[in-house]
Design a protein around this ligand. Structure first.
Ligand code: FAD
Length: 416
């Protein structure tokens, strides 16, 4: 170990999934010194996925999503501070807290996640317009979600799609407004985007594609959303899911490079000594994908753990093949890899029946794959088709498109 139990505290800033997993890993890997977890968010670290799905629909509480049970932190001598970090002095190795105090660190993990982008249009501050990241925000949406009320969803990325589905399942009449030609088109492409659009339409959601909100109207709360083309959509409430931005304290002393988050290497190390980053805030160098910042559960969990091991002296690069899932109605999406661009999209299965695996190739190289109601969960089923896809991506495979599409070819046989 390059760290000493007596060498000052390990400080984790941000008690979300990445921070919680890093904290647990420090103890589980045997660090016996002080561990301080500082978070602005009330409560213990937990996973957010049910807040657009089962928790939003009141089908599940959050207990199963805690990183560790409530008693674990005290039992493992972790100091939890309900506070924020406003500034880091990378030269002095100190953090300044919202409450005014200062704390020295031996090593510091930035796991501050992201904050929701806000709409900047007339009427955007009216009551009844919601965002979704925290439990309080989710509970506020739950209170609005009464059958037969009308909701406008702004943005059809993952949050927009999942909230549209959940609200529809609760009997809310949903209209969605989004800039692209189809939901999730930017991430998954036109073909899968069209399939997702068809699923939402089949469930009664009205889709306003290639549109944007220019204003909200209402006297004491939102009553309508107005689009660029002049459509006026009457509503009882609205939910905006228009992306996040990395949430960062300020940095002083030695320079810490901030480019779309905290720039870190394969060991989750920032440019200043003894500072690490993980989760949604970390723009990391990945051995397969190059430089990426991803906003997914599996990354936050695994990178949080990897960063903790690096803080303890491990020299193993973080090389997890990124993956995520999304649940909408009874449909399940699984995605492995990372393809910001691709020049060929190959389908195994049927887009029309909306049951397929799609492969994203760039210059013949398999960069990513998506499973729509097919392929299994690559994390839970290591023999699944999606797990085979992850292997192909990791191996930088160049499978022949015809063989990818051919149902008779076992995907595992294409991996070396
Ligand atoms: C509703 C919802 C549903 C989702 N569903 C899925 C899904 O189905 N699949 C999937 O792969 N991903 C999903 N995600 C994404 C996933 O939840 C995130 O990628 C993950 O939460 C990132 O974890 P994190 O620890 O990096 O950041 P966060 O979870 O954002 O945690 C950051 C923490 O840091 C705290 N903080 C911030 N700044 C400071 C500061 N200066 N000082 C102290 N504390 C600070 C914050 O309050 C917060 O507690 C979903 C996200 C949301 C919001």
């Amino acid at each position: 170990m390059t760290v000493s139990d007596a060498g000052g505290p390990m400080v984790i800033v941000g008690g979300g999934l990445a921070g919680g997993n890093a904290t647990a890993t420090l103890r589980e890997e045997g660090f016996g010194g002080r561990v301080v977890l500082i978070s602005r968010e009330p409560g213990i670290p937990f996973g957010r996925p049910p807040m657009s799905k089962t928790y939003l629909r009141s089908q599940e509480d959050l207990d199963g999503w805690y990183v560790r049970p409530a008693g674990w932190y005290q039992e493992h001598d972790v100091e939890r501070l309900g506070d924020g970090v406003v500034a880091v002095d990378a030269a002095l190795h100190t953090v300044t807290l919202d409450s005014g105090g200062e704390l020295e660190y031996q090593k510091l993990l930035i796991a501050t996640g992201g904050r929701n982008r806000r709409l900047r249009v007339a009427g955007a501050e009216l009551p009844g317009i919601h965002y979704l990241r925290t439990v309080a925000e989710c509970d506020a949406i739950k209170r609005e979600a009464v059958a037969d009320r009308r909701a406008v969803i702004v943005g059809m990325g993952f949050i927009g799609c999942e909230v549209a589905a959940s609200l529809t399942q609760l009997g809310v009449q949903v209209t969605t407004v989004f800039p692209g030609p189809a939901p999730l088109e930017k991430v998954l492409g036109a073909e899968v985007g069209a399939a997702i659009a068809a699923i939402h339409r089949a469930n009664g959601v009205e889709l306003c594609a290639e549109e944007q909100i220019v204003a909200f109207e209402g006297s004491d709360r939102v009553q309508a959303a107005v689009t660029a083309s002049g459509k006026r959509i009457a509503c009882d409430f609205a939910v905006a899911g228009i992306g996040i931005e990395p949430e960062l304290p300020t940095f002083e002393g030695s320079p810490v490079t901030l480019t779309n988050g905290v720039l870190v290497d394969e060991l989750c190390r920032a440019s200043a000594p003894d500072i690490y980053a993980a989760g949604d805030v970390a723009n990391h160098l990945h051995p397969v994908f190059g430089r990426v910042r991803v906003e997914h559960y599996n990354n936050a969990e695994k990178q949080g753990r990897a960063a903790a091991r690096s803080m303890l002296g491990s020299t193993t690069p973080y090389d997890y093949i990124h993956s995520f899932w999304s649940d909408q109605y009874e449909h399940k999406l699984e995605y492995v890899g990372h393809a910001a661009t691709w020049d060929e999209f190959v389908v195994r299965g049927s887009l029309q029946e909306r049951r397929l695996i799609g492969f994203y190739l760039q210059d013949g190289l398999m960069r990513a794959a998506v499973g729509l109601d097919r392929g299994g969960d690559p994390e839970a089923d290591l023999d699944s088709e999606m797990a085979a896809c992850a292997r192909l991506v990791a191996q930088r495979a160049r499978p022949a498109p015809g063989r990818l599409a051919d149902e008779h070819v076992d995907l595992w046989s294409l991996a070396t």
